[in-house]
Write a protein that binds this ligand. Structure first.
Ligand SMILES: NC(=O)c1ccc[n+]([C@@H]2O[C@H](COP(=O)([O-])OP(=O)(O)OC[C@H]3O[C@@H](n4cnc5c(N)ncnc54)[C@H](O)[C@@H]3O)[C@@H](O)[C@H]2O)c1
Length: 438
């Protein structure tokens, strides 16, 4: 089979590499010529475990190609995936300009039946806009009868575990209307079916909605447990005990019930906002989801507020070490990361901030340059720090030598924004632990 994937970001590159791994001929396309040039030279523009090897292997096997032009491959592909970004617009709705641009490119180049599959996360009803855009371009080209079809195939991979998620997902959701399109998608996903996972076919609107409902549900669990954690602190309860006990109920389950310093990343914040906006547009206010977002905005400031209280409202001249910048471990993605919120507030309050992250240092430099000092590891970051704040639960941060940390620091407080440390370990070294909801 021969497919093109337009948009070579986290989703496009991982999808392309994984499809080519099972034998599909894939061309990954992007308008960012510099990115395509780097990929052609064998450089991987993002950090994702296992991705570099996968790309290298499939490029060498001649199954994975990179291009800046859909026109170049249009005559050989049966399916064109759209995996471009859908960032938040000013009013919170999803910005569909990139998706519609891909639809126009598609309409400009196809010359026989081709399937247009939207993998980008798009609001319910977007397929109608895409359809209109393609039809318009075909009309302008004077070939309005060129057959094409749309499908919605939202992506559920998690950054940091993207390859595993793609190769053996919990489910594949495909919204499609015709039998012909369905057979094509079944053929493409058959190699993955051997692992016994489920492909769920449905109508296009339901597939589009499924992605938002899934992300909103996960975000809800996080905001829910964060709110419970905040109340635990006030009433002297331990959220860890509470979380474990409610998670033991099979109806609730323990996943995604970890309190912390708020969710970030490229998906939850924008998808939650877009769902709220879709509700507004349809006269159906999303009250639960609106509260989820408000709770999260508040939670992203929790570490800063704890530091502010610790130093009696005066952070001027204090040195704060930040352990972890990425919005979660195993990625260099800092989009909407709580670290940015905490750093901005600390700098505004006059503190000196020393940061360390195993992979997101370059990304941090790109975003905030010399607003902070860059350390070579967690111990270096802790030098002369009045307090340390852990914001990303990287594995290598789990068991630091507290004796070394204590010697390096000027102060003695560790704020654990991810609840991974135990008081006793720190106290043995003269350090004080402040965590979330305990
Ligand atoms: N990142 C994730 O974990 C994740 C998970 C599931 C779904 N999604 C969704 O997938 C979509 C893509 O997300 P991402 O994180 O991969 O985005 P990204 O920003 O990493 O990549 C998008 C790519 O599209 C390219 N692009 C933009 N317009 C283009 C055009 N007209 N033609 C060709 N290329 C174009 C950009 O240059 C960029 O390289 C989004 O809708 C996102 O919500 C993301």
């Amino acid at each position: 089979m021969n497919v093109a994937i337009v948009g070579t970001g986290y989703v496009g590159l991982v999808s392309g590499a994984c499809f080519s791994e099972v034998g599909v001929d894939v061309t990954c396309i992007d308008i960012d010529a510099a990115k395509i040039e780097r990929l052609r030279r064998g450089e991987i523009p993002i950090y994702e475990p296992g991705l570099a090897e996968l790309v290298e292997r499939n490029v060498a096997a001649g199954r994975l190609h990179f291009s800046t032009s859909l026109a170049e491959v249009a005559s050989k592909v049966e399916i064109v995936f759209c995996a471009v970004g859908t960032p938040s617009d000013e009013d919170g709705s999803a910005d569909l300009s990139h998706v519609l641009a891909v639809a126009r490119d598609f309409g400009d180049v196809i010359d026989r039946y081709t399937l247009f599959v939207t993998k980008s996360t798009v609001p319910v009803g977007t397929h109608r806009l895409v359809q209109r855009e393609i039809e318009e371009r075909l009309r302008l080209r004077g070939c309005p009868d060129t057959p094409f079809e749309l499908a919605s195939n939202p992506e559920f991979l998690k950054e940091g575990a993207a390859i595993k998620d793609f190769m053996s997902p919990d489910r594949v959701v495909i919204g499609i209307a015709s039998d012909r399109g369905r057979k094509l998608m079944e053929r493409l996903y058959r190699p993955f079916l051997l692992n016994n996972f489920r492909v769920m076919f449905m109508d296009l609107a339901s597939a589009e909605m499924t992605k938002y409902a899934a992300n909103a549900m996960l975000a809800t669990r996080i905001s829910f447990i964060n709110e419970i954690a905040n109340l635990c602190e006030k009433v002297g309860a331990d959220v860890n005990a509470v979380r474990t006990a409610i998670g033991a109920d099979a109806r609730i389950g323990g996943k995604f019930l970890y309190p912390g310093c708020g969710y970030g990343g490229s998906c939850f914040p924008k998808d939650v906002r877009a769902l709220i906006r879709t509700g507004e547009e349809n006269g159906c206010p999303m009250k639960v989801i609106s509260a989820v977002e408000a709770v999260n905005e508040h939670q992203k400031t929790v570490v800063f507020r704890k530091l502010y209280e610790l130093f009696d409202g005066n952070l001027r001249g204090r040195t704060i070490a930040i352990w972890g910048l990425a919005f979660k471990p195993e990625t260099d993605d800092m989009r909407c990361a709580p670290s940015l919120e905490v750093i901005t507030r600390l700098v505004e309050a006059g503190a000196t901030v020393r940061v360390f992250d195993p992979v997101a240092m370059a990304e941090c430099r790109r975003r905030i340059a010399d607003a902070v000092t860059y350390a070579s590891d967690i111990y270096d970051a802790a030098i002369d720090a009045d307090a340390v704040a852990l914001l990303t639960e990287w594995k290598q941060f789990r068991l630091p030598s507290w004796a070394v940390v204590a010697r390096a620091m000027k102060g003695n407080t560790i704020i654990d924004g991810r609840n991974i440390y135990q008081s006793a370990d720190l106290e043995a070294n003269g350090l004080k632990l402040i965590s979330i909801g305990r």
